[in-house]
Design a binder for this molecule. Structure first.
Ligand SMILES: NC(=O)c1ccc[n+]([C@@H]2O[C@H](COP(=O)([O-])OP(=O)(O)OC[C@H]3O[C@@H](n4cnc5c(N)ncnc54)[C@H](OP(=O)(O)O)[C@@H]3O)[C@@H](O)[C@H]2O)c1
Length: 249
C-alpha cells in the first residue's frame, strides 16, 4: 500500500479522494491552510474507518518552501511518499481578462500551477532512484480545455496544468506516472455559487442527468493512482457527466 499526500484534502474533492485512498488501505496526509478544518476532515475519515492512517499538515501552498516542509512532515510521520494528488486550487476573482490585476495573476498562478510543479519536483526527488514506483494526479478542470467567460486566468492555469502533466509524464517515466483529471461542475464549497445558479439547468442538459459529487472525481483519481492504470501516463480523464459531448454550458 502507498503513502499519499492530498493537497486541499480538508474538504470537497480532496477530502473525498483522501477517504477513498484510506478505504483502499493507503496512508494519507491531508494538506490545507486551516488546521481546524483539517482535523475535522481527518476525524470524519476515522469515524468512517477507525483503522485509517491519516495525518494533517497545515500549509499555505502560496509559499515556495511549503512543499519541502509538507514532504518533511509526511516522511517523518508516515514514510516516503509514493502517491501525490495536486488538488488544492484557488480562484479569488471573476471578470474579463482585460481587468485582471497582477496581484490576482500571482495568487492564482502560485497556488494552481507553481505549487503543483514544486510538489511534483519534490515528490520525484524524494522518491529517489531504484525500484520505487510512484504516481501523481493533478486536478485540472474542463475549463482548461475550453474558453469560458469570467474565469479566464483560472482556466489558463488549468490548461497549463494539463500540459504540465504531459511534460512531467515524459520526464519522470517509467517509474513515475503523471496524469490529470478534468472535472465538470462538482458540488463543493469552491463551486457553490455556480451550483446554486446552474444545477437545474445543467442537470437537464447533461447526458448523465446530474451535476458531479466529489466522490465521482475521487473514484477517477483513485483509478489513475492504482495499478489498474499501470500503462496510463500523461493523459487527462474528463469527469463531467457528459458535458463534453454537449458543448459548453
Ligand atoms: N468544484 C468544481 O466544480 C470543480 C470543477 C473543476 C475543477 N475543480 C478543481 O478541483 C479541485 C478541488 O476543488 P474543490 O471544488 O474540491 O474545492 P474546495 O472544496 O473549495 O476545496 C479546496 C481545498 O484547497 C485548499 N486550499 C485552497 N487554497 C490553498 C492554499 N493556498 N494552500 C493550501 N491549501 C489550499 C482548501 O483548504 P484551505 O482553505 O483551508 O486552505 C481546501 O482544502 C481544485 O483544483 C479545483 O480547481 C473543481
Amino acid at each position: 500500500m502507498g503513502i499519499a499526500v492530498v493537497t486541499g484534502g480538508s474538504r470537497g474533492i480532496g477530502l473525498a479522494t483522501a477517504a477513498r485512498l484510506c478505504r483502499e488501505g493507503h496512508q494519507v496526509m491531508l494538506v490545507a491552510r486551516k488546521v481546524d478544518e483539517l482535523e475535522l476532515a481527518a476525524e470524519r475519515i476515522r469515524d468512517q474507518m477507525p483503522e485509517a492512517v491519516v495525518g494533517v499538515c497545515p500549509a499555505n501552498l502560496r509559499e515556495e518552501d511549503a512543499p519541502s516542509a509538507i514532504f518533511d512532515v509526511t516522511e517523518e510521520m508516515l514514510g516516503t511518499v509514493t502517491l501525490l494528488v495536486n488538488n488544492a486550487a484557488t480562484n479569488p476573482w471573476a471578470g474579463p481578462m482585460t481587468e485582471l490585476t497582477p496581484k490576482v495573476m500571482d495568487v492564482v498562478y502560485q497556488v494552481n500551477l507553481k505549487a503543483p510543479t514544486i510538489m511534483t519536483q519534490e515528490f520525484a526527488r524524494r522518491l529517489g532512484v531504484g525500484d520505487h514506483q510512484g504516481a501523481v494526479v493533478n486536478v485540472a478542470s474542463i475549463g482548461g480545455l475550453h474558453v469560458e467567460p469570467l474565469i479566464g486566468w483560472y482556466n489558463v492555469q488549468k490548461a497549463a496544468l494539463i500540459h504540465l502533466t504531459r511534460q512531467f509524464a515524459a520526464e519522470l517515466g517509467p517509474r513515475i506516472r503523471v496524469n490529470s483529471v478534468a472535472p465538470g461542475l462538482i458540488r463543493t464549497q469552491f463551486a457553490s455559487m455556480l451550483v446554486d445558479a446552474m444545477e437545474d439547468q445543467l442537470s437537464r442538459r447533461l447526458p448523465l442527468g446530474r451535476i458531479g459529487e466529489p466522490e465521482d472525481v475521487a473514484d477517477a483519481i483513485s483509478f489513475l493512482l492504482s495499478q489498474d492504470a499501470r500503462w496510463i501516463t500523461g493523459t487527462t480523464v474528463v469527469v463531467d457527466g457528459g458535458n463534453e459531448v454537449m458543448g459548453m454550458f
